[in-house]
Write a protein that binds this ligand. Structure first.
Ligand SMILES: *[C@@H]1O[C@H](CO)[C@@H](O)[C@H](O)[C@H]1NC(C)=O
Ligand SMILES: *[C@@H]1O[C@H](CO)[C@@H](O)[C@H](O)[C@H]1NC(C)=O
Ligand SMILES: *[C@@H]1O[C@H](CO)[C@@H](O)[C@H](O)[C@H]1NC(C)=O
Ligand SMILES: *[C@@H]1O[C@H](CO)[C@@H](O)[C@H](O)[C@H]1NC(C)=O
Length: 297
């Protein structure tokens, strides 16, 4: 698709203040700027001060970047492969737009997201064993390659954002276990997730954006199932998204020097599915209830 669904994210970022979140005003020049009721810490330079983005996630986020290949530079801000990269949307995705269109600086983006990723492949098996989980992306790729602030990516705490958009496959591959089981599983997953964020923090990460799980229960694949299955998946998505807010809250109370943006993709997708004209970026969508062949290559 020619316009990424995710470009609407930039108009709906939330900055977390302890237990409270406050909407950030939506104009494209105002993205990532906090409002007075929610004061950012000194680590937040304003969106125009952000020079590096480290990005983790799954196919909604993947651009096919490989950390062993060509690194991002001002004239090639996503590094490899050639823009827009290998995306699930058959065109630029939210990471591409954020980097080259909704940027307010020369933003270099290191996107380690991998299609099919779960937080931890040992807890929720991905569709293929070769999938790089968020745990792999952070511990096996980001830490050895970028944690040391190498000359190829001389990032600092106060000019860098870390984004994590995951949970779609964790929920997708486990909701059918039913609620008692997924409650236990989600607690295990979020415990690993906490540890991964702590790893980033220990290496100097101070600005985070966490993106929640969209209403996948409204995808054609789920709509083809029974009403009780749809309800089960929806309940697990709600539980995940509650867990993500808890993570944000706990992170802020553990480390008061962090700035956390929580992005409610679920609410945004819901709005667009209900009415594509909700945002100019999505107004051209043709069909929000069924598979759309026009989006194929
Ligand atoms: C990156 O490229 C190397 C060398 O081609 C390859 O071995 C590795 O699997 C790739 N990593 C990812 C995450 O695709
Ligand atoms: C945004 O990124 C593009 C592509 O790298 C760059 O040409 C443009 O100057 C950047 N915008 C700002 C405000 O720096
Ligand atoms: C916050 O600290 C507690 C106690 O050390 C720890 O169990 C928890 O995982 C931490 N949470 C986050 C999100 O860092
Ligand atoms: C979307 O596509 C489905 C399947 O082709 C069709 O039944 C439905 O009417 C379409 N909806 C719109 C709004 O075009």
């Amino acid at each position: 698709m020619s316009v990424s669904f995710f470009s609407v994210f930039v108009s709906a970022l939330y900055l977390f203040c302890s237990a409270q979140s406050v909407a950030v005003n939506g104009g494209r020049s105002e993205i990532f700027q906090s409002q007075s009721t929610c004061k950012a810490t000194a680590n937040w330079p304003g969106w125009s001060g952000i020079k590096y983005a480290f990005v983790f996630g799954d196919s909604y986020t993947q651009t096919g970047f490989n950390r062993t290949g060509t690194q991002p530079t001002p004239t090639n801000p996503l590094g490899n492969p050639t823009y827009p990269g290998y995306t699930a949307s058959n065109g630029p995705n939210w990471v591409d737009y954020l980097t080259v269109e909704y940027n307010a600086s020369t933003l270099l983006t290191y996107n380690l997201a991998y299609g099919g990723a779960t937080i931890d492949s040992n807890l929720v098996a991905p569709y293929l064993p070769t999938v790089s989980s968020v745990s792999d992306q952070i511990q096996n790729e980001w830490v050895p390659t970028y944690a040391s602030k190498p000359s190829s990516a001389p990032w600092a705490s106060d000019n860098t954002i870390f984004t994590i958009f995951d949970g779609i496959n964790d929920v997708g591959n486990s909701w059918s276990k039913g609620e008692p089981a997924t409650t236990t599983l989600n607690a295990q997953i979020f415990s690993v997730f906490d540890g991964l964020v702590e790893t980033l923090y220990t290496s100097g990460a101070r600005n985070f954006a966490f993106i929640n799980v969209p209403p996948v229960d409204r995808a054609p694949l789920t709509l083809a199932q029974s009403a009780s299955n749809q309800a089960m998946e929806k309940a697990d998505i709600t539980a995940w998204n509650t867990g993500l807010l808890d993570l944000a809250e706990n992170l802020k109370s553990n480390h008061s020097d962090v700035n956390i943006f929580t992005v409610d993709a679920n609410a945004l997708f819901t709005k667009v599915l209900d009415n594509p004209a909700s945002y100019p970026q999505t107004a051209l969508y043709k069909n929000t209830t069924a598979y759309c062949a026009a989006y194929e290559k």
